[in-house]
Write a protein that binds this ligand. Structure first.
Ligand SMILES: C[S@@+](CC[C@H](N)C(=O)[O-])C[C@H]1O[C@@H](n2cnc3c(N)ncnc32)[C@H](O)[C@@H]1O
Length: 223
């Protein structure tokens, strides 16, 4: 089936023995990929809007996977059903992802793995999930249409991270490939622009941004 590299990468990180719930499924292509190509027995695809769900239903019919992909209209984690042990959320802002998880955190006791790909505020997502008792077991980057997407895998089990490790990414910071370097370079440029724009009265934000710039320069081997 046709699926972009970002969704394929997310799909390939879903454990093969899991029962996943994809929140904000839109077209449901990730769920279809999971049952069609990865041979998962069943998945739930959910979204809170009718337009995306209509598209999802058409795709599910087209790929003939109606018996394996359950489509649910629900707000965030309201789509949780007993047996679900994995959650995927991609293509949403990090603060929206945090809100979805916060609003129904009681369900997280049954969730072993979360694969999250926030469009922004990934540090806030990492902080939230470590507070919920997960650690970061994998971090991957995918570049599409000149945008670098972060894909984070959280696994149940508490781990303490110092700020530097959480900021750079405990797995990402061990990688030396070109895309990781490009990601850090872009982040450095964002932080340098932010530092220039911050009013002098934002003392603690200035201190934190300077620290982040130092960490980024260190990992990039810049003076
Ligand atoms: C940009 S699309 C991303 C689709 C797909 N996950 C992907 O990565 O390609 C975001 C989808 O999330 C849905 N969405 C946003 N907030 C939601 C919420 N709180 N609960 C359920 N779905 C939500 C939107 O309706 C939209 O279809």
């Amino acid at each position: 089936m046709k699926i972009n590299n970002r969704l394929k990468t997310i799909g390939d990180l879903v454990p093969l023995s899991s029962y996943p719930l994809d929140i904000g499924c839109d077209h449901a292509l990730l769920s279809i990929y999971l049952v069609k190509e990865k041979k998962l027995p069943k998945v739930i695809a959910s979204d809170n809007k009718s337009g995306p769900l209509k598209k999802a239903a058409e795709n599910i019919n087209f790929y003939k996977v109606k018996d394996k992909v359950k489509l649910v209209k629900a707000e965030g984690l309201d789509s949780y059903e007993s047996g679900i042990d994995t959650i995927t959320i991609s293509g949403m802002g990090g603060l929206n992802i945090n809100k979805i998880l916060d609003d129904n955190k009681r369900y997280l006791k049954n969730i072993k793995t979360l694969i999250l790909s926030p469009n922004n505020y990934s540090l806030a997502v990492k902080r939230k999930l470590t507070k919920f008792g997960y650690h970061i077991s994998n971090e991957t980057l995918v570049k599409e249409n000149n945008i670098i997407y972060e894909i984070l895998v959280f696994t149940k089990g508490r781990k303490y991270y110092r700020y530097k490790k959480l900021f750079l990414g405990p797995v990402l910071m061990t990688k030396k490939d070109i895309l990781t370097k490009e990601y850090y370079k872009k982040l450095l440029s964002t932080k340098e622009s932010l530092l220039k724009a911050l009013p002098k009265s934002f003392v603690s934000k200035i201190r934190l941004t300077k620290k982040e710039i130092k960490y980024l320069k260190e990992i990039l081997d810049l003076k």
